[in-house]
Each structure stands twice: as C-alpha cells, then as structure tokens.
Design a protein. Sequence first.
Length: 243
Amino acid sequence: MATNKFRDGPRASPDSGGGQTVLIAALSDRLALFLGLPGLVLLVGLSLPPLARWMLSWETALPLKPIFWLVGGIDKPWEVAVNLAIWLVLALVTAFAAMSESLRVTIDDAELRVTKGDGTRTFARDRVSAVFLDGKKLVVLDLRSCQLVRDRHQAHQAAIAAGFRRHGYPWHDHDPYADLFRSWTAATPELPAAANDVLAARQSALKNKAHREIHALSAALEKMGYVIRDEGVHQFWRPLVQS
C-alpha cells in the first residue's frame, strides 16, 4: 500500500508512513511549544533580576521584599547561568507534558488508534459510522451514534479530514445529528428522572472541572440511550440513533 505523505502548512500536518496516517499537532504548533516557549521563558528569567533590583530602588515599601532581594541578588555570571538553566528545564518539562497530553490519531484501512498520555484506544473501521469536527474537537461515532472519541485535536482541520477520507472513513463536514440536540435544563420533561439526575450531577462536575467524573457520567448517559455535548458549562442532549 502506498505511503501517505502530508507536508505541514496551512492545510495539512500529519506524519505518515507504512500505509498509515498519523495525525498529530501541526509542525508550527510544535515549534512554538519547543522553541517559542523556552525562548520566552529564558527572556523572563533573564529580565527578572534587573527588574527586581530596579523595584528595590523605589522608595515605597514592597510586599514580599525578601523575595525581591533574593531575585535581585542574581548578578554573578554563574548565578545567571544557573537561573536560566532552571527556567529552561521548567519550560522543556512543560512542553513535553503538553505534547504527551495532546491527541495522537493513527488511521489505517482496518482500524483507528487514539493515543493520549499513556492510554491508547483502538476501534475497528467497521465500528465507525461518522467522523467530524465539533469546533476543535474530533468526534468519532459508532453504529449507535455513541461517541467513541470526543477530544480536542491540534492538527489542521483539512489534514484531519484528508486523513480519514484517504482511508475510507465516513467523514462529515458537520455533525450529522446536530439537529437532534436539545438544551438541558433541570428536570427536562422529555427525559426520564434517572437521566435528569445524572445530568444534574454532570452539571455540577462541569462547574467544578471534575474531568473524570464528567466522562464517567457521560458514559452512564450513553448506556441510558443519550449523547451529551457541552458548550462551556451548558449541556445539550440527544437520543442515540441506530446507523
């Protein structure tokens, strides 16, 4: 099978090889993360000591003055070097952590693999009924219209669409079931009491940003026959639709 190749640019950003298409963050985003962030952090680290010394020259009282003395005392070459090294390590750790938590999608003609952090989920091609983007979130639906995947992806939209289409997945430019979603309010009469109770608990979890609880409650609602999507802390629901 021919190797699929995409070049980074305004329309595409996957890495590909061996008959697979791998969707990851665009090269421009990775460069910004691994070059731009350390550069910015080094600039901050270099600027703080002279800034602290300048602020100590003020005649007004400063809160947390010992900290300003500590930072302002970094003036010897070896101290500046150590200070910058610490800032650089922190920036690189942050960059690697952010990249490890970004979504990586591997597509071939038989299956779809989704990796985030240390976890990987695999879905057979014949389980997938629709793939589309909801804002910046990649959504993959199964044959009952359950959400197999719903997560933010950093690749360019055109690259994501091209990757799935190339391997014969049912790509949609929009959610094919968007018209079925309804706004949820407490004790929605169209829903059973049990579903309203779960949605009420999920509303609280959204406000508290309790991500594990949000996912668990979403899974519970799918078992009841409903799909949920969010706009901020506002919930929308729809019934499952058999493909």
